[in-house]
Design a protein around this ligand. Structure first.
Ligand SMILES: Cc1cc2nc3c(=O)[nH]c(=O)nc-3n(C[C@H](O)[C@H](O)[C@H](O)COP(=O)(O)OP(=O)(O)OC[C@H]3O[C@@H](n4cnc5c(N)ncnc54)[C@H](O)[C@@H]3O)c2cc1C
Length: 381
């Protein structure tokens, strides 16, 4: 039995299931194996079906859904295919700073096309020397006349290889003293000086691509500054608070799928003349998987409900992300053990793919170590 399902969440689940049977199931394996290139047509299909822009405001072309509904969407998409959940989650992450901190003019220009899936946005924070230490930005925008001239490099940027625009975090000006101040600028990918590259041989989540962005003497009017100078780090951290609940939801979806696959396999696989589900060794693994899953789901829904109520939810988002991403790893690992050799080979089950897809949940949008720092900091304050 699923915890805390209200009719709106059930409607989201039904909608995703219908979409998955028609559009995800026939293609997700090919998207995983063949590409290393963003499947733009598939992305647009997601947009048309309303799976992109689900939580974006209605007045800018989104569906304006609550966080709990959005989290349910991501959980359910992850159940069917984690990479598809990521395709839907990235645009929400990328435009969050625009929704919350940009001018009306910038919102009108960028949000409707992102919500429909017509334009692909990216969230460009990470650099080689600014990963966990995200404030240590080396990308620099100098003001020359009416323009920013930007030089720098971003790495590990979801859809950075295929985006139409990005929210770029960087320093503005030359201030080198102490910790540099981070600002945010909306950049368009079709201007000279912007180059996006696909990062190859990614372990999982392969339908949603990850890129490197090079900016060389890239020029854009200063009107593209997002919010106030020096507030970019605050905007980025506010964005990640919400996005971490989304990562937790990916973990819950993956854990649920792993459990369902394990239960079904354990009932049908015969060893020593009986289904392996009769063996206590298997039952204990299933009991532990179900318990991890439900604890992860409870933490995830709790954080989303707090966000919907307008309460501060930074710690709860970190707890949900930390626990649900580790619960996903636990559940997929046990599901593989229960499947034996049939779990290890992708031809026989989805477990091999889930094993690769889940691993990044403990890395992106703040590693598990960073989540522990955030959580401990709260208790030790
Ligand atoms: C597939 C993928 C997609 C991504 N998408 C995006 C995106 O769209 N946009 C974006 O901006 N970024 C994105 N990232 C970047 C991601 O957020 C970073 O990789 C992550 O924050 C870790 O940074 P790092 O890789 O530089 O590792 P590092 O910061 O170098 O960390 C290395 C290790 O040291 C540990 N560590 C570092 N500092 C501490 C500390 N203070 N205490 C304890 N342990 C510590 C880390 O936990 C980790 O185990 C993505 C990454 C991946 C892999």
């Amino acid at each position: 039995m699923r915890y805390n399902i209200d009719p709106r969440q059930q409607a989201v689940r039904d909608r995703v299931k219908e979409f998955a049977e028609k559009e995800i199931n026939p293609v997700f394996r090919d998207l995983d194996r063949a590409l290393e290139k963003l499947p733009v047509e598939y992305y647009r299909k997601l947009g048309k079906a309303g799976m992109i822009g689900f939580a974006m405001p209605k007045e800018y072309g989104g569906e304006g859904r609550s966080n709990i509904e959005y989290i349910t969407l991501i959980e359910e998409l992850a159940y069917w295919d984690p990479a598809t959940a990521l395709l839907a989650a990235v645009p929400e992450l990328a435009v969050y700073p625009i929704i919350h901190f940009a001018s009306d003019e910038q919102k009108k220009k960028y949000l409707p096309a992102a919500a429909s899936g017509e334009k692909i946005p990216a969230f460009a924070l990470t650099e080689r020397m600014a990963g966990s230490d995200a404030a240590n930005q080396q990308t620099i925008a100098k003001i020359v006349g009416n323009e920013f001239v930007i030089n720098g490099e971003k790495i590990f940027i979801m859809h950075g290889d295929a985006c139409d625009f990005a929210v770029l975090f960087c320093r503005i000006g030359d201030e080198d003293e102490g910790r540099p101040k981070v600002s945010a600028i909306i950049i368009d990918a079709d201007r000279p000086g912007f180059k996006g590259f696909t990062l190859k041989h990614k372990m999982g989540m392969r339908a949603a691509t990850t890129g490197r962005i090079e900016l060389k003497d890239y020029k854009i009017p200063v009107s593209h500054q997002l919010g106030e100078v020096g507030k970019g780090f605050r905007y980025a951290m506010a964005t990640l608070d919400g996005a971490r609940i989304g990562v937790a939801a990916q973990g819950v979806g993956i854990a649920q799928r792993a459990l369902d696959e394990a239960v079904s396999y354990a009932k049908s696989r015969i060893a020593f003349g009986a289904p392996i589900a009769k063996l206590q060794a298997i039952q204990w693994m299933i009991a532990d998987m179900g318990t991890h899953l439900e604890a992860a789901r409870a933490l995830t829904y709790k954080a989303a409900q707090m966000q919907d109520k307008g309460e501060k939810f930074t710690i709860e988002a970190s707890q949900a992300k930390l626990f649900a991403s580790e619960a996903a790893r636990f559940c997929v690992d046990r599901a593989m053990q229960i499947h034996g050799g049939y779990g290890y080979i992708g031809e026989f089950s989805i477990i091999e793919k889930l094993y690769r897809d889940q691993r990044v949940l403990e890395i992106y949008e703040g590693t598990s170590e960073v989540q522990r720092l955030v959580i401990a900091g709260n208790y030790l304050r």
